[in-house]
Design a protein around this ligand. Structure first.
Ligand SMILES: *[C@@H]1O[C@H](CO)[C@@H](O)[C@H](O)[C@H]1NC(C)=O
Ligand SMILES: *[C@@H]1O[C@H](CO)[C@@H](O)[C@H](O)[C@H]1NC(C)=O
Ligand SMILES: *[C@@H]1O[C@H](CO)[C@@H](O)[C@H](O)[C@H]1NC(C)=O
Ligand SMILES: *[C@@H]1O[C@H](CO)[C@@H](O)[C@H](O)[C@H]1NC(C)=O
Ligand SMILES: *[C@@H]1O[C@H](CO)[C@@H](O)[C@H](O)[C@H]1NC(C)=O
Ligand SMILES: *[C@@H]1O[C@H](CO)[C@@H](O)[C@H](O)[C@H]1NC(C)=O
Ligand SMILES: *[C@@H]1O[C@H](CO)[C@@H](O)[C@H](O)[C@H]1NC(C)=O
Ligand SMILES: *[C@@H]1O[C@H](CO)[C@@H](O)[C@H](O)[C@H]1NC(C)=O
Ligand SMILES: *[C@@H]1O[C@H](CO)[C@@H](O)[C@H](O)[C@H]1NC(C)=O
Length: 888
């Protein structure tokens, strides 16, 4: 793995936007992800149980009628009990149709049910719902994005992942790439790029190695044997002449086996174990065993385990309880036996390397002797039998096992993704990617396609071609990858709304089509133009023939031939993709599936929140229990403490046995009840040392009475000072009372003031109650609990009164300031008006015969300034702006 230091050098880490990026090595069995953001320079995204890799797939569980999804370690439990609900090895279904042969898939994943989508592709059937392969893939990728976002949040940034790179084998064709890209479209607000896995490991290796002789090429084969396939990629790496120039990495050859890998080995071992079991239990019929999905799933899991053990040991014991019905299975397998089973397939493991050397496409002529090292990566390449095979064929000294097979890929995908998407500035590297396949086009009924991008072409790339037709009718094109027709294009050349006809063009009409091989290596047509050829001299013999000749020639020649002709007006022609070999998701599909995923995510979120509340309730219950035991005797006689004790037991039991169907409301209600009861008990315990005697209640009575008076007085003062203001306001044409009531109560006090009467009434009633209690002389005989309750009520009422008083004071003061400013504004306006009037008067009449009306000298703003607090105001309240109305 690359050292962190090196990574920081690699990434200039100058974010061009505040965003996050995730590189995902999405494997058939396991996946890894790495996140990059300004707050997290290259960080592996760990699973919830802190593992570095995660099982690829999703399992479904039905919880109270809702579908619940499980990832990672959660899948295992489901897989054993309900094999059909654990959707694993999904990657191998990329690009597959429902009608394709899925024998291997079903062998590895017994019990999983398929359904056909309306596009003819595979959907998984779980609890009667159907999930297209794309949707399951999207859920898996989404899981990594969400985990990364959670990680970024922990780091304290506000960055959110908006770009992902997903590693793919180079041999993935249009159908597989298309389907995977469709899956990424189901993620909200995410831009995705596919990264070839050979390139990513080479990149990762080049950075680890760092020193390459300048100007010299070294050659490497990246040998990647994963669980689903085996690939060999030949690379040349050239050191830079000086430090500033980038290292050059060129992709030169490729070989692959689409099925050879860990899964096929496990499958072979599972078959072997199955036969052993049948031998041991002659009464069990083969077809019966084969139709028991649970048995097959158990066998496959046992084979997986044994395979791992045999990588390091010479013998593995297999033991499965109740493999079939109540029959247990116990046996042992030696490494020799295992290797014998694999013999045929292991022989094939050298083929990809041979193919990569023999089929070079970068113009080089690298022999196996020139190859500096064969770099082993991918879990299955660790198997001794595979390594032996490679060593025998190419020499043991060539095998490099030092690359951290597990992380080279995710590192490389991440770096290459960052380079490709360009939202972070990364140190430049000259990487030349070439296509192992060729791409061509033909008119559908013409069986000799024209190659547009040859095998070995660099990509991304764009090219154009004059189509070999000048038909004015609609026609259809076929697009091919390595000679395989993967999609058709209906060209609507015969649309009546076309601007010009054949006759308008002196020369001829040609169709110029532009094709792209994208960064994701998707081959497509991007535009078709109908071009009118205006030869200066259309009567020149053979002109049309010349154009048509040109059309039959290759692109290089076309260009020069057509130069002779003069291109005139042109028009873009509409075209549409035909169904093709594998129907992609339509816009409508995408919207629907996206919504589906969103809904499931929402449910997951709610479920997580509910669980959080349940945990909180549990904590509250244990705290209450502690409180009760700490308070002990003090609260023994308090009936609410008894209630609390009972409720705590009841709710704990409820949580254990009956809460599975609980709603958020159920849980919150319980939290609220416990919390308030608990607070009461706490308060009761706290007031242990208060006397709660006559003196204390007399003090309550007198304090309450004072408070009540203060509130009333404060309230009355409003009317009085308004009365005083009225005449002055009238002078400037304002109604002080009306203006006052128009003003808005400050927000923080509106609640308090809206309960004005109720609070007053409550206090009055309470004071009456205390008074009668004091008069009756029965106070000392009352149970403490009752007195405590009365005390609590008094305290609440008194708090409310204090709040009310504050609200009144601050509101009044606020309103007074407003009135003062209104008053002076009004004054200024009047003064200006008066001046204008005077000026007009003077200018329009030469003589000034009339005395101007004196503006009022009323500037007694000090009326509004603080003079002295009203005497009736509560002593404790801070003196604030108020009106000494007696003075007015
Ligand atoms: C590659 O090299 C081998 C031996 O060095 C030679 O026989 C062969 O013709 C070369 N091929 C090309 C395409 O140069
Ligand atoms: C792009 O494609 C054209 C046509 O195949 C080819 O001539 C050209 O060399 C390609 N460009 C690169 C950079 O490979
Ligand atoms: C070409 O196809 C379009 C769309 O299907 C159709 O409207 C038009 O009539 C066709 N033109 C000819 C000449 O067939
Ligand atoms: C075809 O279209 C491409 C892209 O617009 C353009 O570069 C090229 O010159 C065109 N060729 C002809 C023959 O018109
Ligand atoms: C057009 O071609 C004819 C026949 O080759 C020739 O006589 C005439 O001069 C040409 N006209 C122009 C404008 O080049
Ligand atoms: C195109 O044709 C010319 C002449 O026939 C030939 O030299 C050239 O190699 C051809 N190019 C391609 C890409 O086939
Ligand atoms: C009554 O008010 C006084 C003065 O504000 C205060 O010191 C005292 O604690 C209060 N008594 C009670 C029982 O609230
Ligand atoms: C001023 O306004 C108040 C309240 O809107 C109203 O009751 C009173 O009659 C008004 N006074 C005058 C003089 O208009
Ligand atoms: C000028 O003054 C006379 C009175 O002297 C008055 O009648 C007249 O309206 C004034 N004119 C203007 C334009 O105000």
């Amino acid at each position: 793995m690359l050292s962190r230091e090196l990574l920081v050098i690699f990434l200039g880490l100058i974010p061009l936007s505040l965003a996050g990026f995730v590189g995902i090595d999405y494997g058939q069995d396991f996946s890894k992800a790495m996140v990059v953001s300004p707050h997290a320079p290259l960080e592996l995204v760990l699973t919830p149980d802190s593992k570095r890799k995660e099982v690829s797939g999703v399992a479904f569980k039905k919880t109270e009628g809702d579908l619940e999804r499980l990832y990672g370690s959660g899948i295992d439990a489901v897989r054993v009990r309900y094999p059909g609900n654990a959707l694993l090895h999904v990657k191998q279904l990329l690009g597959k149709k429902f009608d394709d042969d899925h024998l291997l898939y079903h062998e590895q994943n017994p019990g999983v049910l398929f359904a056909e989508t309306d596009r003819g592709t595979v959907a998984f059937k779980v609890y009667g719902d159907e999930f297209p392969v794309e949707e399951i893939l999207a859920m898996n990728l989404d899981q990594f994005v969400q985990r990364s976002n959670a990680l970024l949040k922990e780091k304290g940034g506000s960055d959110v992942v908006d770009q992902i790179a997903v590693g793919v084998p180079h041999f993935y064709g249009q159908e597989q790439r298309g389907m995977l890209l469709d899956a990424t479209k189901l993620l909200d607000g995410i831009d995705a790029v596919l990264i070839d896995d050979g390139t990513s490991v080479a990149l990762s290796y080049a950075w680890k190695q760092r020193e390459f002789a300048s100007g010299q090429s070294s050659h490497y084969v990246i040998y990647d044997m994963g669980s689903g396939s085996t690939r060999a990629s030949l690379f040349s790496i050239e050191g830079s002449h000086d430090d500033s120039a980038p290292i050059k990495i060129e992709f030169c050859g490729y070989g692959f086996d689409k099925t050879l890998g860990g899964c096929s080995f496990t499958s072979a071992l599972a078959d072997f174990l199955q036969n052993r079991f049948l031998e041991q239990n002659p009464k069990v019929r083969t077809d019966e065993l084969k139709s028991s999905y649970k048995s097959l799933a158990k066998l496959y899991q046992a084979a997986e385990k044994a395979k791992l053990i045999l990588s390091a040991n010479s013998e593995a014991t297999v033991s499965v309880e109740s493999l079939y019905k109540d029959l247990d299975f116990k046996t042992s397998v030696t490494r020799q036996e295992f290797e014998d089973i694999l013999e045929d397939s292991v022989l094939q493991s050298i083929t990809p390397v041979v193919d990569a050397i023999e089929g070079q496409f970068c113009g080089g002529n690298i022999s196996i002797g020139d190859v500096n090292a064969i770099i082993l990566t991918g879990g299955a390449s660790r198997m001794p039998v595979v390594q032996r095979q490679l060593a025998n064929a190419f020499g043991g000294e060539k095998l490099a096992k030092s690359v951290n097979a597990d992380e080279a890929s995710v590192n490389g995908v991440t770096m290459r993704g960052l380079q490709t998407l360009g939202s972070f500035q990364v140190k430049p590297m000259d990487i030349i990617e070439r296509s192992n396949f060729d791409y061509s086009v033909s008119l559908l009924d013409d069986n000799t396609p024209t190659v547009l991008f040859e095998r070995g072409s660099q990509y991304p790339n764009v090219t154009s071609l004059v189509l070999p037709t000048n038909s004015m009718d609609n026609f259809t094109l076929g697009l091919y990858e390595n000679g395989h027709l993967f999609t058709t294009i209906d060209v609507l050349a015969g649309l009546p709304k076309r601007k010009f006809t054949e006759d308008d063009c002196a020369g001829s009409l040609i169709f110029n089509a532009t094709f792209t091989l994208s960064r994701d290596r998707i081959f497509d047509i991007s535009q078709i133009e109908c071009v009118c050829i205006n030869s200066g001299n259309s009567s020149a013999p053979g002109f049309l023939d010349k154009v048509l000749d040109a059309v039959r020639l290759n692109t290089t020649e076309q260009a020069s031939k057509l130069k002779e002709a003069e291109a005139g007006k042109s028009q873009k022609i509409t075209f549409a993709h035909g169904p093709g070999s594998l129907a992609r998701l339509t816009g409508k599909n995408i919207l629907k599936l996206k919504q589906n995923i969103k809904n499931l995510n929402q449910k997951d979120l709610e479920r997580a929140k509910l669980q959080e509340r349940k945990n909180y309730l549990e904590a509250v219950l244990y705290n209450s229990r502690n409180l009760l035991s700490e308070a002990g005797n003090v609260v023994a006689s308090f009936s609410q403490a008894k209630d609390l004790k009972e409720l705590v037991s009841e709710y704990l039991e409820w949580l254990d046995y009956d809460a599975s169907q609980a709603t958020m409301k159920d849980v919150n209600e319980r939290i609220a009840r416990i919390t308030s009861l608990s607070a009461l008990v706490k308060e009761f315990a706290r007031s242990e040392h208060e006397p709660l005697d006559t003196d204390q209640f007399e003090s309550f009575f007198s304090n309450g009475t004072t408070l009540l008076k203060a509130v009333k007085k404060q309230n009355d003062s409003t009317a009085e000072f308004l009365k005083a203001l009225v005449p002055e306001f009238e002078e400037v044409g304002l109604n002080a009372t009306a203006e006052y009531w128009k003003l808005k109560t400050p927000k923080q006090h509106s609640k308090s003031l809206s309960h004005f009467s109720k609070n007053i009434y409550t206090m009055q009633a309470l004071l009456a109650e205390i008074e009668s209690l004091l008069e009756s002389n029965e106070l000392e005989e009352k149970p403490r609990e009752k007195l405590f309750e009365l005390k609590l009520r008094y305290e609440t009422a008194s708090e409310n009164m204090a709040e009310l008083l504050l609200a009144l004071e601050e509101t009044q003061s606020h309103h007074l300031k407003e009135l003062a400013s209104l008053y002076s504004r009004r004054q200024r306006v009047l003064k200006k008006r008066e001046e204008r009037r005077k000026a007009t008067f003077l200018s329009s009449n030469e003589t000034s015969s009339v005395d101007p009306v004196e503006t009022s000298e009323f500037t007694k703003t000090e009326t509004f300034s603080n003079s002295e607090s009203t005497t009736s105001m509560d002593e404790t309240s801070k003196s604030r702006t108020s009106v000494e109305h007696d003075e007015l």
